[in-house]
Design a protein. Structure first.
Length: 305
């Protein structure tokens, strides 16, 4: 019996890992252009009058592949790494929370319990996300970095994920790849508390009478995913902005000290630079994430069970 339970746990974890990877790929291909705009507005707000101006300038100056989709390779790696670990950890943390709350089945966990599982899972995914997202945001803001001085000798058209990684390790060692880890953890854990809480709560609302939330259907899953994405970014955006500044501009000091410095110099609302394109991006992106995740999860269970 114990061996069967271990095999079941291993199979569930593997399916969550694969499904999360596929969902992560969907997020990047749908949301990358507006994610690029978000990073540029977060790190160099004075260069643009708004999201539309940033989008137009990026498209006109750098094009689609080198501009709006800059950093797609590290973004894919970051998204697949984060979401595969996140969803695998989420499944494991759901079982852990179910054990603590004496709940017989993870399907019966309350919205608060699912949110807690998401909070715990985000700690583990932060360690895979931080180094890959560091490369992504630096590639997305390469032209602005060149314009403002820190990397004057680096051309947007010569930067590759490999060359950037090699340069960071040469200058700072392996610890340089985890620049912004503290702000990543500070962003991820509360963010995924509301993310999974909003997602699971919305799925419950869309479940047909007498059925479980897993029967809410594709549309219900997509709406729930969009709700989770909006909740996530509304809560974590200030922490994400500080993380982007630390990673792109190599800021010294702690997450808290940099947050206070931004507020003192630019005002509190500066912490929300780039929020509009982020919310526009996140609704279709997280809808696709969860639709891909739930569909592939059901398919893999049908094949492997």
């Amino acid at each position: 019996m114990e061996i069967q339970e271990r095999k079941r746990d291993w199979l569930d974890g593997t399916i969550d890992f694969i499904s999360g990877s596929l969902g992560g790929m969907a997020v990047v291909y749908i949301g990358q252009p507006l994610d690029t705009v978000k990073v540029k507005l977060q790190t160099f707000p004075s260069l643009y009058s708004g999201a539309w101006d940033c989008f137009k300038q990026t498209f006109r100056t750098e094009g689609v592949r080198r501009g709006l989709y800059a950093g797609t390779v590290p973004a894919l790696i970051a998204s697949v790494a984060e979401n595969s670990v996140l969803f695998a950890a989420y499944g494991g943390c759901q079982k852990f929370v179910a054990l603590l709350t004496n709940t017989s089945d993870v399907e019966n966990l309350s919205t608060m319990s699912n949110a807690t599982a998401g909070f715990l899972a985000a700690f583990f995914s932060s360690f895979t996300l931080c180094p890959t997202e560091l490369i992504k945001v630096q590639m997305q803001a390469a032209r602005e970095l060149e314009m403002t001085g820190p990397v004057k000798k680096t051309s947007q058209f010569k930067v590759t994920p490999y060359s950037l990684t090699k340069e960071i390790i040469r200058r700072e060692g392996m610890k340089g790849m985890f620049r912004g880890l503290g702000s990543t953890v500070a962003r991820e854990m509360p963010g995924y508390f509301v993310f999974f809480g909003a997602y699971e709560g919305t799925r419950t609302l869309f479940a047909p009478p007498g059925c479980s939330k897993s029967d809410c259907g594709p549309l219900g899953t997509m709406v729930a995913g969009a709700a989770g994405g909006v909740a996530l970014w509304t809560v974590i955006f200030p922490a994400d902005l500080v993380k982007s500044r630390i990673q792109v501009s190599s800021l010294e000091g702690s997450f808290v000290s940099n947050t206070l410095l931004i507020i003192r110099k630019e005002g509190f609302l500066a912490l929300y630079n780039g929020l509009s394109p982020t919310l526009i991006r996140t609704m279709p992106a997280t809808a696709a994430l969860f639709l891909t995740y739930e569909t592939s999860k059901k398919l893999l269970h049908n094949i492997l069970d």
